[in-house]
Write a new protein. Structure first.
Length: 585
């Protein structure tokens, strides 16, 4: 695929991109009407490869790729890899996989800020020659002290007045690797009294003798993100640089760098396919990031959860990472639908996690086949069912989607029900099985509990029941059976493991300052492993990531990593109950 590929790879998702109107669309349409970018719309998704993408990034992915798709434009994937100490190929590979899984395709080849290191270095020399940058020899601690505070202006570095020649000499020697880490930095010369701290002579290059995952040991100096990002946008001829609100205070620096550099040299460094047209500097536009309750979105905190063993990796199904959501059973369509419903605005807000759960329930309710799985097996023997008899029942794979067909389920004398569906001393209005009471087995017969058998400790281990042969698939007139329970045939049941996942945090806002350490809010019951579950035999051929509704239990998917044909492992995606839908209706 090359950069000439246009609309077909701008951001193709399996479903049409959202077309909901919002302020960014209004800006783009005004630019198109004015001819500002010669009719071009080019966006980019620029992740730093220092962690896995999370659900907040999905909003940016859908916005950037969706915007390009809606306007017949292009969307680049660029890794802003300017900090090799925290970056790795593992993160790059995971990010590419997550974007493709969501249903999007980037335009042309994958881009890297590191591919522009030569150009970025030349632009830094240009700033030095223009007297707009200088080499500072303050230590990092001194530089922080000189920077000032939100209420007090900064102080000029004693090295601010170095001559152009001295700065060029020092910066060239920095590039040659003559100095140790922290000995010098290159700073933009702007205004130490600016009310915007980002404009107080920000560092644009620092010394780091670190191996880079793309460039190896070629560079002992690395550009800062704020410096590299805006120039990379210009080189790629990005028209609209969409980012979250935390970068709003960085926009003056974004604009200052691009406006201070020679426009002709930026044009010359730009993408050959687009710089033939009128070259216009990119515009940074900020939107509110996605915040969800009962969740943390800080990449630093997510990394801490992984490295300190609070979760089992970046793709732990309790994590808000896209890899974790995928492993838990969330679908690309449900996440795209969620991002569309959240919308785009400049107002910070917190979205109820129930809205995300509603979107996956909505998708799986339509598309997930039904099956039965007994999570806490209790044996039932039908005393009046012939010992050698075996029937094959036909049950629909979906109650509404007839195209999904039917599934076969053996019925014999011994079966399993869930222990939660039996009470020896039932409470009032109890509609399941108890001594002398009747229930219907889903898709099968009505049974009555005649005897309860217990082990030496008094634990119920088996129910002796009788079945009514005349009740298969019908309700005889005058016969009232209030309860319907699920079951599986004992001899044909599959031994499976089921993992019941709940929210990782038990506080609505784990980041609340009064809480202190967010890890104090970790939910001790976020994972329950049930290793003795029994599933119906139709699930034997279930493939990794396949989703099912386990009747009366919730939606589950086959674990993509730890499941095997010899022993299936199911992760609970979400429960059946949808409280958010009731609240929002």
């Amino acid at each position: 695929m090359n950069a000439s590929d246009n609309a077909e790879n701008a951001g193709s998702a399996s479903a049409a991109a959202p077309v909901t109107s919002h302020f960014i669309r209004h800006i783009i349409e005004q630019d198109l009407q004015s001819g500002k970018h010669a009719g071009r719309v080019q966006t980019r998704f620029p992740p730093e490869p220092n962690g896995f993408l999370h659900i907040g990034h999905a909003k940016s992915i859908c916005l950037n790729f969706g915007t390009a798709q809606n306007y017949n434009g292009r969307c680049n994937l660029r890794f802003d890899d300017t900090n090799p100490e925290k970056e790795s190929q593992e993160f790059i590979d995971s990010i590419k996989a997550d974007i493709q899984w969501l249903g999007f395709t980037w335009s042309g080849d994958i881009r890297y800020a590191s591919s522009y290191f030569d150009a970025l270095y030349e632009f830094a020399l240009q700033l030095i020659r223009a007297g707009k940058a200088y080499v500072c020899s303050l230590t990092p601690e001194q530089a922080r002290e000189y920077r000032g505070t939100l209420t007090a202006p900064g102080r000029e570095s004693p090295f601010r007045s170095r001559s152009v020649e001295e700065n060029l000499d020092l910066f060239t020697r920095m590039r040659a690797g003559e100095f140790p880490d922290g000995a010098h930095s290159l700073r933009a010369k702007i205004d130490m009294a600016s009310p915007n701290i980002n404009m107080r002579d920000p560092v644009i290059y620092r010394i780091r003798h670190v191996e880079h995952h793309q460039t190896g040991s070629r560079w002992p100096i690395y550009p800062m993100y704020d410096y590299a990002h805006c120039i990379s946008d210009a080189i790629e001829c990005i028209t609209h640089s969409l980012c979250t609100l935390e970068f709003e205070d960085h926009r003056p620096l974004y604009d200052w760098i691009l406006q201070t550099l020679d426009k002709a040299s930026l044009h010359a460094a730009g993408d050959r396919l687009t710089t033939q047209q009128a070259f216009v500097l990119p515009r940074q536009i900020e939107f509110a990031r996605l915040n969800i309750n009962y969740t943390v979105m800080s990449k630093r905190k997510l990394k801490e959860l992984v490295t300190q063993g609070y979760v089992k990796g970046w793709d732990d199904p309790r994590m808000p990472t896209l890899s974790g959501l995928r492993r838990r059973g969330y679908t690309p369509a449900s996440i795209r639908n969620f991002c569309e419903r959240v919308g785009i605005s400049r107002s910070e807000s917190v979205v109820d996690v129930g809205m995300l759960e509603h979107c996956i329930r909505e998708d799986l309710d339509r598309n997930a086949p039904r099956a039965m799985c007994v999570l806490r097996p209790l044996k039932v023997t039908l005393s009046n069912y012939p010992e050698q008899k075996s029937e094959t029942l036909q049950l629909p794979c979906h109650p509404k989607e007839t195209a999904m067909g039917m599934r076969e389920l053996p019925f014999e004398r011994e079966l399993y029900i869930d222990a939660s569906d039996f009470e020896e001393v039932p409470p009032p209005q109890y509609k399941r099985l108890s001594p002398g009471a009747e229930v219907r087995l889903r898709g099968a017969y009505v049974i009555r509990c005649d005897e309860v058998r217990k082990d030496i400790s008094g634990q119920v281990v088996e129910l002796i029941c009788s079945y009514d042969e005349a009740t298969l698939g019908v309700n005889p007139q005058g016969r009232k059976v209030a309860g319907v329970i699920h079951w599986v045939p004992a001899r044909h049941a599959l031994d499976v493991e089921v993992r019941i996942y709940d929210r990782l945090f038990n506080k609505e806002n784990p980041d609340e300052k009064s809480i202190g350490d967010y890890k104090q809010c970790l939910n001790p019951d976020s994972l329950q492993i049930l290793s003795s579950c029994k599933a119906e035999p139709s699930l034997r051929s279930a493939m990794p990531e396949a989703s099912f509704q386990f009747e009366r239990e919730g939606y589950f998917c086959v674990d993509r990593h730890e499941s095997s044909p010899e022993r299936l492992v199911f992760n609970r995606t979400v429960t059946l109950r949808d409280s958010w839908a009731k609240i929002s209706s």
